[in-house]
Design a protein around this ligand. Structure first.
Ligand SMILES: [Zn+2]
Length: 575
């Protein structure tokens, strides 16, 4: 919060790092510096974060082919803008963003004391454009089988010549690691070749710019404001920054999430709420078991493995059973730059230290104070943080109809990821294994293709459609989630009629609560960014998926011609 101290320090915290970049004499030293910048800042399957501005990103998780041990996954990176489409898209909106981005790169370099910044900005953009051309698209990133590529250390030099890989791995401190899973081999080949073919000075400018950008928020006001003017205003349409104290909370939450979470869960998540949420999860799992048994199209052997996945599923409610140890993270007063630097590094070192060790299936990937829920396919586990187990999602005092419609649909959504396009790739032990018969898979793919086509028709803007393939796994989970929640709700009534409330029947309360899950407001730029980079469809279309559910029609007497009407053959039924 001490902005005066930050102004007084000026660029001093940045200077040793900029000097180290300036001192790089050749491509060998560049490789080492690129390695030193590697962080554990991507997460392909749990939090679906494929983006890092560093050259590559590390994700440590159970192995695709050895789910008992933590394995190193390497993902493409190197772009400051959110996705390759921002560099390659030819429409007017994307061109406009690129023009403003180039001016922003120049402005940042100028504020950091660089000369000749317009020319440097052009070269940085050219380099990032070339990197973008090597990148796999978001929709393709979600294809697990295409991501399962094991490379030994020696493979990198042979399959991706250009970068001095030995130097890179030494710089990253992972030169002892025998092999990696390379998510997008063609991007590694392409980016490594660019290290060889692009001028050293351009790479040094790129490194300096990326460093300043990463820390711009905690540098003097002029830099922080320039950063917000582009990433906040242009890219997300946000007219003004959040108050500084809120940004401070984000920093603490990001670097000391478990420490905050331990305190949060203790204060706000009583054992009674936990017990009630656990009971709902048990009902939802029972509803899923029945739905699987009742499927007419699925082979008995496939059903048995699906049931086995439900039997071994770990469901974490509220908060994790163990907490991160932050004792190696030194936090100093009046050193926000250093604190963030050391926090990211200590995070990275904790992840690297886990490589090769036995997997803890009960480990969480979300903090208790996160308003979200997650399925961890490689651990066959779910996390429901304490912060989503409160209104409007869950209220121990609310009618069952509202709780099932709201949090019940979320619970059903997460359970169903166990069986969606991604979950169907992993067996009950979290291994990559095809446990579906060809006929089952053919049916599943036909039904899900119909759902992808349904979402392709949604257009938040005349020139931009939702990408049905990119959002497919989440849309399947939404249909399955509300279906199972509805069943769970009906079962919870035990044959009795639900009590009406405010003149609404039980079913009406259920669907209204479901819709309220998705109440949100988004500015145009942020919504455009979401459509292009998020595996989830925008909130209004997630609410609209109620039209795939037969019970929806009787509940509100929905008629042909109405916006949320679908003829029976067009309703997608998967689980
Ligand atoms: Zn999901």
């Amino acid at each position: 919060m001490d902005e005066a101290a930050i102004e007084a320090k000026g660029l001093a915290p940045l200077r040793p790092h900029l000097e180290a970049i300036a001192a790089i004499r050749d491509k060998r030293e560049l490789a080492r510096a690129l390695g030193e910048s590697l962080r554990a800042d991507v997460d392909a399957l749990n939090n679906t974060n494929y983006h890092t501005a560093n050259l590559f990103g590390l994700w440590v998780a159970p192995g695709f082919n050895d789910s008992d041990h933590y394995t190193a996954y390497l993902l493409q990176g190197g772009l400051q803008l959110p996705d390759r489409e921002y560099y390659l898209g030819e429409d007017e909106h994307m061109r406009d963003i690129r023009t403003k981005y180039q001016a922003h790169v120049s402005a940042i370099l100028k504020l950091a004391g660089f000369s000749d910044t317009d020319a440097r900005a052009i070269r940085i953009l050219e380099l990032e454009h070339a990197i973008a051309q090597t990148h796999r698209s978001l929709a393709d990133n979600e294809d697990i089988l295409r991501a399962n590529n094991t490379w030994t250390q020696a493979d990198f030099a042979a399959k991706a010549p250009g970068l001095d890989w030995a130097g890179y791995f030494r710089g990253a401190g992972i030169n002892q690691q025998a092999s990696f899973i390379v998510w997008q081999p063609e991007a590694f080949t392409g980016e490594s070749a660019l290290v060889a073919s692009t001028a050293l000075d351009t790479w040094k400018d790129w490194l300096a710019f990326h460093l300043i950008e990463a820390y711009g928020g905690v540098l003097p006001k002029a830099l922080a404001e320039e950063r917000f003017a582009f990433f906040g205003k242009v890219l997300s349409g946000t007219p003004q920054q959040r108050p500084r104290w809120q940004r401070g909370v984000f920093v603490v939450n990001g670097l000391l999430g478990d420490a905050v979470g331990q305190s949060y869960a203790h204060q706000y998540f009583p054992p009674e709420a936990k017990a009630q949420a656990q009971a709902m999860v048990a009902n939802l799992i029972a509803a899923f078991r029945k739905r699987i048994d009742d499927l007419s199209w699925m082979d008995p052997a496939t059903k048995a493995e699906a049931q086995a996945k439900l039997s071994t599923l770990y469901v974490g409610i509220g908060y994790p059973e163990t907490w991160h140890d932050y004792s190696s993270f030194e936090v100093k007063a009046d050193d926000i730059f250093g604190n963030i630097w050391r926090g990211n590094l200590s995070d990275y070192r904790r992840e690297v230290a886990r490589l090769g060790k036995a997997v803890d299936r009960k480990e969480w990937s979300m903090t208790p104070q996160t308003v979200n829920a997650v399925n961890l396919p490689l651990q066959n586990a779910l996390n429901f943080p304490a912060a989503i187990l409160q209104p409007p999602f869950f209220d121990p005092l609310a009618p069952a109809a509202a709780n099932y419609g709201a949090i019940g649909s979320v619970i059903g959504h997460e359970i169903s990821h166990t069986f969606d396009t991604e979950g169907s790739t992993f067996d009950s032990k979290g291994r990559v294994r095809n446990w579906w018969t060809p006929a089952d898979l053919a049916h599943f793919e036909a039904a899900t293709a119909q759902l992808a086509a349904q979402y392709d028709t949604y257009k938040p803007f005349p020139d931009l459609s939702v990408n049905g393939k990119q959002t497919l796994a989440e849309n399947i989970a939404d249909v399955a989630g509300i279906s199972a929640a509805y069943d769970g709700y009906q079962a919870s009534l035990g044959g009795k009629t639900a009590p009406a409330q405010d003149g609404l029947s039980g079913d009406q309360q259920f669907f209204i609560a479901f819709g309220q899950n998705w109440g949100s407001k988004t500015r145009e730029a942020a919504l455009r960014q979401q459509v292009m980079t998020d595996p989830h469809a925008p909130a209004q279309y997630r609410a609209a998926t109620a039209r795939n559910i037969d019970a929806w029609y009787a509940t509100f007497n929905v008629q042909p011609g109405e916006k949320l009407y679908l003829a029976s053959p067009d309703r997608v039924r998967i689980w």
